[in-house]
Design a protein around this ligand. Structure first.
Ligand code: BGC
Length: 413
């Protein structure tokens, strides 16, 4: 009798909690630099203002390699976080493991299909259902520069790699570090893909890093990409090893270095430090055509508990909501993923990004970043990055590098 009574009470309590579940979310992300932390705070605040309780799980490490290692450990121990910063084909890889939650009900209620470009929506879907919510569009192929340093040395933003090299030689002679760089594999890969886009062109880039075409991977043009990487190795300072990307950005900010080749999360750092685009720092796409996109997104993991499920729904709703898309991206350096958010309050670099993205989309030169996990699955992109880093940190010839690249890719498939 007693147990029946208690059974009835707890059933009522359960129903009540399902209806009034307070949204909870443990959120795994790697946004720990100044600009990144300011940006993720926007989501935390919106979530809290709607009654949600946010448990932060930041895993430091640019590019997210450490965060992905932490994620694997959590999922393997059967204790996945509620929401995870995840992108590109990794979303589908986790979906295939059967561990992602379906967020189609939110996506349909908010008409994501109508407000997101098809190229972005494609990354957010798993066998027709929505499995991730996009935050932004970061562009990867940028050069950032200290405006005063360039002016003092009579240098314009380079529009060809030869101009870049000439500027670097001049800066070096003047005692300025030409290129601020952090020797971490993902940063080497970031510079490499920007150089590759410039030298191979959009079609060559697609053949190499989307289609994994062996002839292109071994081509003379690819050798030229490694030649330019070798030249650029000479433009970084002696202490580059292991340096975090935001410290490299700080070197450009304080005039110790002239240029950085990095995605526009670097702009988030400049802005967080109160620097003004066009005055304190300059942005230009790297020499050559095309646009390398990197879309941050969140996937929800299959977890138990109405409070967590409510948290996932609320997060997905906020992330694609127009206010978050504006405010977050003003801080983050990226542009909104939604096409219907006004860019009026955004700066000139963001306007250039939006214009180039739309033109590239029209002329088929809008390409997924391989270095930031948008183009390839982990095994293939990891194989390429290993070669890029091995080449950058040794005296390997370009000939050896392309052969190693083709072998590594072939072995990863
Ligand atoms: C992410 C950015 C992040 C950057 C540096 C990229 O892969 O897409 O959001 O700011 O890594 O951590």
């Amino acid at each position: 009798m007693k147990s029946v009574f208690f059974g009835a009470v707890s059933a009522t309590a359960l129903i009540a909690s399902a209806v009034h579940a307070e949204p909870q979310a443990e959120v795994l992300h790697w946004w720990t630099s100044g600009g990144e932390a300011k940006s993720v705070a926007v989501l935390q605040e919106e979530f809290a203002s709607k009654g949600g309780t946010w448990t932060d799980m930041p895993v430091a490490g640019g590019g997210g390699d450490a965060a992905m290692t932490a994620l694997r450990a959590r999922v393997l121990s059967g204790n996945a976080p509620t929401a995870v910063q995840l992108k590109g084909p990794a979303i589908q890889e986790w979906y295939e493991e059967g561990v992602l939650a379906d967020i189609s009900s939110v996506a349909e209620a908010q008409n994501w299909a109508d407000v997101l470009p098809a190229s972005i929506a494609g990354h957010m879907k798993c066998e027709g259902s929505w499995c991730a919510a996009p935050v932004n569009v970061h562009r990867v192929d940028w050069i950032w520069a200290n405006a005063d340093v360039l002016e003092a040395n009579g240098i314009e933003m380079p529009t060809t790699w030869d101009e870049f090299n000439a500027a670097a030689e001049k800066l070096e002679a003047a005692g300025v570090i030409p290129l601020a760089h952090g020797g971490q594999a993902w940063q080497d890969a970031t510079v490499f893909e920007a150089v590759a886009l410039g030298i191979l062109g959009p079609d060559g880039f697609r053949k190499a890093f989307v289609d994994l075409d062996m002839d292109t991977l071994k081509s003379d043009e690819m050798k030229a990409v490694f030649d330019q990487m070798r030249t650029m190795r000479g433009y970084v300072d002696d202490n580059f090893s292991g340096r975090d990307w935001n410290l490299a950005t700080a070197m450009v900010m304080n005039g110790e270095a002239a240029f950085q080749i990095m995605g526009d999360w670097a702009k988030g750092e400049f802005m967080a430090a109160g620097k003004v685009p066009g005055e304190d720092f300059l942005c230009a796409s790297v020499p050559g055509d095309g646009f390398l996109y990197n879309v941050d997104s969140f996937a929800m993991f299959d977890v138990d508990g109405d409070d967590k499920k409510a948290g996932q729904e609320l997060l997905a709703e906020l992330i694609v909501g127009p206010n978050f898309q504006k405010v977050f991206n003003l801080n983050k350096g990226s542009i909104p993923a939604r096409t219907d958010v006004s860019l009026e309050e955004f700066d000139s670099c963001a306007h250039l990004s939006a214009k180039d993205m739309s033109e590239s989309s029209d002329n088929d030169s809008l390409l997924p970043s391989y270095a930031h996990g948008m183009a390839l699955r982990g095994a293939q992109s990891g194989a390429i990055t290993d070669v890029v880093t091995a080449h950058f940190n040794s005296d390997m010839s370009s000939e050896e590098a392309v052969n190693m690249l083709a072998d590594a890719v072939a072995n990863s498939m």
